[in-house]
Design a protein around this ligand. Structure first.
Ligand code: FMN
Length: 356
């Protein structure tokens, strides 16, 4: 594996470095999110008509055709980035799934990036979610900036991403994560839309979920280990050949299954309604079904859509329809007529390996 050119240090250029690393290094995809440790009970007599199996659900008060979210990826300057977001938005609208955009911090360093986040005309009816790094609340951004991000997208919610591993490895990373939960709490009370938290591939632990719940967060996206490794992506942007910090930490974190179980165990004891989102290495409709069985309300995927989104919205639509067929087939073979029969129904699990 060779290291590419030195990192582009501008916020907008960094995005292109990231896209290149995901598309060019197959080992950025780490595998082993934990789904292969779970087997489900097949029903030979499901007593259902496959075509009548109802995959629909709701998220942020809007209907979805099935519980899928296109996870946060991009936004910024240049035609390539704008095209990716538009293709994703058109496909999400055509198929009735949710979409979140990549970090909107670039709005405040490169105002020309705003167009890449103006997606409401392409996606008038689906949940759209904005995105800002929580650590930016310690680096000059405040509730006013977050509101601008929400308004640019006409968003139904705002993701705050928690990415201490990525920032630790990133050449120009922001590493001051001190006293963030208080700032998150202030932000939650000042936002007109729900604030959601997500990791970016290393998972949320129970202590994180407790802190964030106390700060007023009610939507939790685990974004666990096993899919895209941000430590490895940032490794490619560190110029020194000898510097392997990003490789040492490329498999750091909680797997998606571990994080889902841990997060669910905290949330079931809470009185307020909460939403649990599974992401990090989900790759097919069976992973989605397993996630819903483990208590998730929604399933996110990022990297699997990137190459298709560079091509066309039609390619993304094909991919989403394939996922929906897989998810519906899994429900049929488990004897579940609708998503409520799948959700947190651990009796559908036949066996699980010891590690969890
Ligand atoms: C190309 C790319 C760019 C991403 N950019 C962001 C981002 O700006 N903000 C964010 O919260 N997560 C970002 N992510 C992380 C994803 O939203 C997701 O949490 C993570 O990739 C795990 O999902 P996956 O294994 O399906 O890719 C990005 C992922 C990819 C592949």
């Amino acid at each position: 594996m060779t290291k590419p050119k030195p990192a582009d240090r501008s916020v907008a250029g960094r995005k292109l470095d990231h896209l290149r690393a995901v598309l060019e290094d197959p080992d950025v995809e780490r595998g082993r999110s934990g789904f292969d440790t779970i087997s489900l009970t097949h029903r030979a007599l499901p007593e259902l008509d496959l075509d009548a199996v109802d995959t629909s659900t709701r998220f942020l008060d809007k209907p979805l055709s099935f519980p899928l979210l296109i996870s946060s990826m991009t936004g910024g300057t240049g035609d390539e980035i704008a095209r990716i977001n538009r293709n994703l938005a058109e496909a999400a609208e055509a198929t009735g799934v949710a979409m979140s955009v990549g970090s909107q911090r670039v709005l405040f360093t490169d105002p020309a990036s705003k167009g890449s986040f103006q997606l409401r005309d392409a996606a008038p009816s689906i949940p759209l979610i904005g995105n800002i790094g929580a650590v930016q609340l310690n680096a000059g951004l405040n509730a006013g900036h977050c509101l601008q991000a929400v308004q640019a997208l006409e968003a139904d919610g705002l993701y705050l991403h928690l990415n201490p591993l990525q920032e630790a490895v990133q050449v120009e990373g922001d590493r001051d994560f001190s006293n963030l939960s208080g700032k998150i709490s202030d932000l939650v009370s000042n936002m007109p839309v729900p604030v959601l938290i997500k990791e970016v591939g290393a998972g949320l632990s129970s202590s994180d979920v407790e802190l964030a719940y106390a700060a007023g967060i009610r939507h939790f996206d685990v974004a666990g280990r096993g899919g895209t490794s941000w430590s490895r992506i940032e490794y490619h942007r560190r110029a020194d050949e000898e510097d392997d910090l990003g490789l040492v930490f490329q498999d750091w974190g909680l797997t998606t299954v571990e994080s889902l179980l841990e997060t669910r165990d905290v949330l079931v004891k809470k009185t307020d309604p909460t939403t649990l989102i599974a992401s990090g290495g989900l790759r097919d409709g069976v992973d989605m079904a397993k996630s819903i069985i483990l208590g998730a309300d929604l399933c996110g995927m990022a990297a699997p859509f990137l190459a298709a989104a560079q091509e066309s919205s039609a390619q993304v639509i094909r991919q989403i329809e394939k996922l929906r067929r897989e998810f519906q087939t899994a429900m049929f073979l488990l004897g579940c007529a609708d998503v409520s029969q799948l959700n947190a129904n651990v009796s559908l699990i036949r066996s699980r390996s010891k590690f969890w």
